[in-house]
Design a protein around this ligand. Structure first.
Ligand SMILES: [Mg+2]
Length: 241
């Protein structure tokens, strides 16, 4: 019999569904489709250079917390801007092409969303044990709600809280307070599980919850990290062991 809390809050992206992982590999595949526009017979590494520049621009773009909070409500628009900046930095500015590339990446990601193999079974077994469940996700109302519907998650959670619908996103404390309120549970009888160290471990721990880090790709914490997740899971089903 696993030792389980009264309530568990789950993150959605890259916790229940695989959404944004492995960007290098994803951009390589996407850019290959645009080889006619981006390739250069004199430079066999042109696509690699483009990918590297896009990833650098993306890191820079998302590295600013205020900008990230604004643009995570319009990921598609953000991707267009990032690719525009990358092409401009490569001295081949082309906003129309950048927007096509950004949109194609967004659509490729959407098509490739997949549940982690053990996600639904784990959620259903937790429900069977009587654990109160909430889904807490940042992002735009329409895109996040579409994922919830597509993967049949709505009926599995007592409360689904989407940033674009609620009006605030993680890591703002009101987000967690509201979820706990809706479930009618205390912080110290609740776990938060997710792949984002700040949003799903540090802040929940500060609020009195257990912060459980989901690390499905085995990346591990940096050796000098001061963060101590209450648990680290490689698979969601480990919480039932
Ligand atoms: Mg996540």
């Amino acid at each position: 019999m696993p030792s389980l809390p009264t309530a568990i809050l789950f993150d959605l992206d890259d916790t229940i569904i695989q959404a944004y992982a492995k960007p290098e590999e994803a951009w390589s595949r996407l850019l290959a489709q645009f080889a006619d526009h981006l390739g250069d017979p004199a430079d066999p590494g042109a696509l690699d250079t483009t990918r590297r520049t896009i990833l650098e621009e993306a890191r820079d773009f998302w590295g600013d917390p205020a900008r990230a909070a604004r643009w995570r409500l319009d990921i598609g628009g953000a991707r267009r801007l990032v690719v525009r900046r990358a092409l401009a930095r490569l001295n081949r500015p082309d906003e129309a092409l950048a927007d096509r590339i950004g949109d194609a990446f967004t659509e490729m990601r959407r098509q490739e969303y997949r549940l982690f193999p053990d996600a639904l079974a784990t959620i259903d077994r937790l429900r069977g044990h009587g654990v109160r469940l909430a889904l807490v996700t940042n992002g735009q109302a329409e895109t996040q709600r579409a994922k919830v519907v597509r993967f049949d998650l709505e009926r599995r959670f007592e409360h689904v809280q989407i940033e674009g619908e609620f009006g605030k996103g993680k890591p703002e404390p009101e987000v967690y307070h509201h979820v706990l309120d809706r479930l009618g549970v205390r912080a110290d009888e609740s776990w938060m599980i997710g792949d984002n160290i700040e949003w799903e471990v540090i802040v929940p721990q500060r609020l009195g919850m257990c912060g459980i880090w989901y690390d499905p790709h085995g990346i591990g914490l940096p050796p000098d990290s001061p963060v101590r997740p209450d648990r680290i899971l490689a698979r969601l089903s480990e919480i039932l062991e």
